[in-house]
Structures are given as C-alpha cells and as structure tokens.
Design a protein around this ligand. Structure first.
Ligand SMILES: *Cc1c(COP(=O)(O)O)cnc(C)c1O
Length: 351
C-alpha cells in the first residue's frame, strides 16, 4: 500500500499481531513485556497488549501513556535517573538502578516491588550496544548490589519496599545463543543472591543488513525453558525485535544528481523522520521492487551531511519514484528530531 501523500509511515498491524503471537508461543512459561521506548504508538500497543504479560516503561511519560490506554495491565518501570515522582508511581515492578536511587525510594515511604538491576562483569561480545559488562551508568556491580541488600536489611519500616529479584538488560543486538549465555550468568547471580524472579531484559538482535535473518525465538524459548528451575519466574522485555519489522517509511524521490562522480537521490523527508540509519550508522534496508542500477546514496532534505538514509545501494532511481524503507517500526519516528528544519511531518497509516 502506497499512501497518496508522502512521506508516510505505514504500519502493518496484522503482521505485528502474527509476529507477537509467534514470539509469545515460543517463550512458553517465560513472561513477555514489551519495552515501550522502542515505539510507543498507541495502535501498536493495542495490538501488542493482546499478547504480552505487561509493558516496560522508562519514564513517567511512558507510564502515563500506557496507563491511559490500559489502566490495569502490569507495568515495570526502569531507567536511570528516576525522579522522586517517578519513584513514587504505582507500578507492578520498579527496577532499581543504584543504591542512591534505593535510598530515595525508601525516603518516599511509597510501597514498591523492586528488582535490582545488575551490571554483571561478563564479557558481552557481538553486541551492537552494551549496557553492562563494564563501567556504564546502567545498573549495579556486586558492590552496589551488596549496598542495596544492606539498605533493605537494616532499615526500619523498609517493609514497604519488597525486593523481588533482579533485572539485567546487558546488551542489544545479540542472537539467541549469546543471550542464552548471558541468561546463564544472570541466573547464576540470582541463585547466589537467593532470589527467584529474574528479568532478563531485551536486546534480541535485528539485522538491518539482512532483514530476513530473524532472531530465533524458538531456540531462545527452548533454551530458557531448560535453564529455568522450578519456582523461578523468568521475564524478558524486548523492544526492537518485536516492532522493527511492522513499520515502513515510504517517500518519493525529489532530485537525482551526480556530484564528483557519485550518484545521489534526494527524497522527501529524511532522518528527521527516520533517524535509525543515522543513529546506528547503517543503510536502512529498502523494500519493494526497484530495478538494479549504479550504486546511489539516498539522502533526505536536511542541510547536513548526516542526513543519509542509505549509502551506495545498487538500485536505479528517478525523480518521482517511490522509495520504501523497511524495518522502520522501532526506534524510528519516535527517536527522530522532528522539528529540525521545520519540514512537514509524515502521515501515519495502519494496515
Ligand atoms: C531499551 C531497553 C529494552 C529493549 O531493548 P531492545 O534492544 O529494544 O530489545 C529493554 N530493557 C531495558 C532496560 C531497556 O533499556
């Protein structure tokens, strides 16, 4: 489906529904939360709500948004730098990021079921982004965890804050064997601490270079089922790998030019609508049938050399041609700098 007015985002809700159902089925007993920051679009959340056990939010804004749509769905709140108001919010699980944060939470006197976010000293290889496995602002090393446990043990009136287990979101862009390896380390940590609830985070790999290579949810689910012991509650909170595939960004070629020998196609819109390729340094994959041609770099309307959507793709493009970028359903519109240059916003369509 090509909208009349371009550029536009087109979300395939039917394919999202089928994908989420397949992920849900593959995970078996493991709880599935969706990390809302990947794409908080209400229409997508409504589809996902049919399949997930809850939503993971990273701010008071995301929490209010989810609550306005689903007053009763379980919500886990994470994120570094929570304000006092965020710490006192009513959520199903609060992911504590530091001993200082736990102190501030205890000061609020607000009841909370908490998971301590661990940053384990395990090598994270092959990841596109690492949140753990070394000095990062995310979660706590063993000293930080020990400090939290001491705080929870000493404090009079601490009864309101109930430690339920641990949370670990260590890296993004990992395949199933690598994530299972991390799960083994996280579970060992939980067992050592004597807790039975473990949130293993998100970070399931998505390949922009090869859109047909998909995360192997079946083997991940089977692997987790093998690792899980009786009485343990395991939870995952993927974002990108759930919603990336259901979105397309569709636009049209405004100009084609050759500069110092290289071919460029300038399309309507750009990275202020779809920042993903600029943020991750990849070429956004194209969908649809385009004839082969001399390598051409597809750029947007912004006056910056960073406004590149795809580099030297071997397709033939002419003024007026429609260009469809695939895998634009996660960390796409919602991470983009919409107001830069004040071009019109894209349309949004839902199939
Ligand atoms: C961003 C984030 C996720 C989701 O990560 P994906 O790579 O999109 O799966 C999950 N948990 C936490 C704590 C996050 O910050």
């Amino acid at each position: 489906m090509i909208p009349d007015e371009l550029p536009a985002y087109v979300y395939d809700l039917a394919s999202l529904d089928a994908h989420a159902a397949a992920v849900r089925a593959a995970l078996g007993e493991v709880e599935l939360y969706y990390a809302v920051k990947a794409n908080p679009d209400s229409r997508l959340l409504r589809v996902l709500a049919r399949h997930v056990d809850g939503f993971e939010v990273s701010s008071g804004g995301e929490l209010a948004h989810v609550r306005s749509l689903f007053p009763d769905i379980p919500v886990a709140m994470g994120g570094p730098g929570k304000t006092r108001a965020e710490l006192a919010a009513d959520v199903t699980r609060l992911h504590v990021e530091s001993p200082g944060e736990l102190r501030r939470l205890l000061e609020t006197g607000h009841p909370a079921d908490v998971l301590l976010r661990v940053n384990l000293d395990v090598p994270v290889t092959g990841a596109s982004l690492a949140m753990g496995g070394g000095a990062t602002p995310f979660g706590m090393d063993p000293d930080g965890i020990a400090e939290c446990l001491a705080l929870l043990a000493d404090r009079p009136g601490r009864g309101a804050v109930r430690p339920r287990g641990i949370h670990a979101h260590l890296a993004s862009g990992l395949d199933a064997p690598a994530l299972l390896e991390l799960a083994r380390a996280v579970l060992a940590c939980a067992r050592e601490l004597g807790v039975s609830e473990v949130n293993l985070g998100g970070g399931m790999a998505v390949s922009y270079a090869d859109p047909d290579t998909r995360f192997d949810w079946r083997s991940y689910g089977e692997g987790l089922a093998e690792l899980r012991r009786q009485g343990e509650v395991l939870r995952v909170e993927p974002g990108r790998a759930l919603t990336a595939y259901c979105g397309r960004y569709v636009t049209r070629v405004i100009d084609v030019k050759r500069v110092h020998g290289e071919l460029f196609a300038v399309v309507a819109g750009g990275t202020h609508h779809l920042r993903t390729p600029a943020a991750k340094g990849h070429s956004q994959p194209l969908s649809g049938d385009l004839p082969e041609g001399e390598p051409i770099t597809i750029v947007g309307q912004l006056c910056t050399p960073k406004d590149v959507l795809a580099r030297r793709v071997p397709v033939s493009l002419a003024v007026g041609d429609v260009v469809e970028f695939a895998m634009a359903g996660a960390y796409a519109w919602n991470i983009s700098h919409h107001d830069f240059l004040m071009h019109p916003e894209p349309g949004f369509h839902y199939l």
